[in-house]
Ligand binder design. Structure first.
Ligand SMILES: [Zn+2]
Length: 292
């Protein structure tokens, strides 16, 4: 352990795709269950191989309902997590699972869910990466290229902005600014590959603030949030160290950005978010999804 950072060996031994040029599904089904962040109840997800492009959601507790292909237009709430309205049902906290699927290069997966949210697990995408490594990947041939970005897209919300610039690969970056000394200003960017995602982004956990945690809990939200599934900042320090990276918060912001972009499929672009939020990320995903 150096400077309070634990080195991780995520899903060691797994051969991840070299890049995002091919289509992949799972080689076998795999299942995880755990507590939902908001409800505090137990929820379950079964990931299954699919030969249909995209991520499609069905229900373990309503198997007669048709699968629905995920799209940014389904986003119905972005305050604490990304929640989707899928016909009559709401599905919350989809972002870390979607980041794991897209990040490792999976392009075709069926998600069967029991409950109204995706389990939070440890607050990162790492347990999903491990589940995917357990199932293995199955090649589906070459992947249709995403629609080319002809001109930059920039979205601004207050002091925050997100931008996508034409690029021949996926470069992604984020910057955050907090007055709390434990976080301060952080910037992280990289050329994304499945191996880089697994090594640099997937293990970064959700973070929150001590006073916010108390308020949200009093308001009946984040009933499942606890010190073992989110980093909690107390101004100058953390209530539950050690961190997995010295800049774990900005890496988690990138994880959230990827998960939200995954609603439209990973773009071929240079993407950057300054003080990003789920609202901004999903608006960018919607803009990318509407490209001709
Ligand atoms: Zn997150």
């Amino acid at each position: 352990m150096v400077n309070g950072v634990i080195p991780l060996e995520p899903a060691a031994g797994t051969a991840w795709p070299a890049d995002y040029s091919q289509a992949w599904t799972l080689a076998a089904p795999v299942e995880r269950s755990g507590v939902g962040l908001h409800s505090g109840g137990l929820t379950r997800v079964r990931l299954e191989p699919s030969d249909q492009p995209g991520y499609r959601v069905g229900w373990l507790d309503a198997p007669q309902q048709p699968l629905q292909a995920l799209h940014p237009r389904q986003v119905c709430e972005t305050q604490l997590c990304t929640a989707l309205q899928l016909d009559q049902r709401r599905l919350a906290t989809v972002e870390h699972l979607l980041a794991a699927l897209a990040g490792v290069g999976l392009t075709a997966v069926t998600l069967l869910v029991e409950g109204a949210e995706i389990p939070l697990l440890d607050g990162s995408a790492q347990p999903w990466v491990e589940a995917i490594a357990e199932a293995g990947l199955q090649a589906l041939g070459s992947r249709p290229a995403p629609p080319p970005l002809q001109a930059p897209i920039t979205l601004q919300q207050g002091q925050s902005f997100a931008t996508a610039l034409p690029c021949d690969r996926l470069r992604i970056g984020a910057a955050i600014e907090f007055s709390q000394a434990a976080i301060g200003r952080q910037l992280f960017s990289l050329e994304l590959t499945p191996a880089a995602f697994v090594r640099e982004i997937a293990p970064a956990r959700t973070f929150g603030f001590r006073e916010q945690v108390e308020q949200l809990r009093a308001a009946g939200l984040i009933q499942g949030g606890a010190l073992d599934n989110a980093l909690v900042c107390d101004g100058d320090g953390w209530l539950n160290p050690p961190l997995r990276y010295p800049d774990e918060p900005v890496r988690h912001k990138l994880l959230d950005l990827l998960g939200d972009l995954a609603l439209a499929g990973l773009p071929q672009a240079q993407v950057f978010a300054f003080r990003g939020s789920h609202g901004l990320h999903t608006a960018l995903a919607a803009a990318l999804a509407s490209l001709p």
